[in-house]
Design a protein around this ligand. Structure first.
Ligand code: SF4
Ligand code: SF4
Length: 129
């Protein structure tokens, strides 16, 4: 069964569960994102893409994989929109479509023991179902 871009956008919208119709495209989320400079689709543009049903733009962006899940965008949004939730929804969709987790706890011994716990928690949220 072929899923249309509109259907994909609806699924992403349900997963993200944030009201993108409230967005006024002020750009504050992007201005406060610490890794916006590494993203090919800025957080406010991710919101706009979801609002317009552009699921392929969302799913092909590198932005969700650069996102740190710091929620600065959501905290600074004057309209209560959460670009972070969209990033999360895209990551979950991509990982689920691959049918598995990207981060295996058994491989953690290869990581630097000075890695902050917050980074580990964020990595599991980001890369696992
Ligand atoms: S800060 Fe909020 S209202 Fe402004 S562009 Fe970002 S999501 Fe939209
Ligand atoms: S949660 Fe992601 S998109 Fe939002 S400010 Fe942090 S790094 Fe940027």
């Amino acid at each position: 069964m072929v899923i249309t871009e509109k259907e994909k956008a609806e699924m992403l919208s349900q997963l993200a569960a944030t009201n993108v119709s409230h967005c006024i495209q002020c750009g504050r989320c992007s201005a406060n994102c610490p890794v916006a400079w590494k993203m090919d689709v800025l957080p406010h543009r991710m919101v706009y893409a979801l609002l317009n049903g552009e699921a392929d733009t969302l799913l092909e962006a590198n932005s969700p994989w650069k996102c740190l899940s710091c929620f600065a965008c959501a905290q600074r949004c004057p309209k209560g929109v959460s670009p972070a939730a969209i990033m999360e929804a895209v990551r979950l969709t991509a990982i689920r479509s691959q049918g598995g987790n990207k981060l295996n706890p058994n491989e953690l011994e290869n990581y630097n023991d000075k890695l902050p716990q917050q980074a580990l928690v964020a990595a599991f949220r980001k890369y696992n179902k």
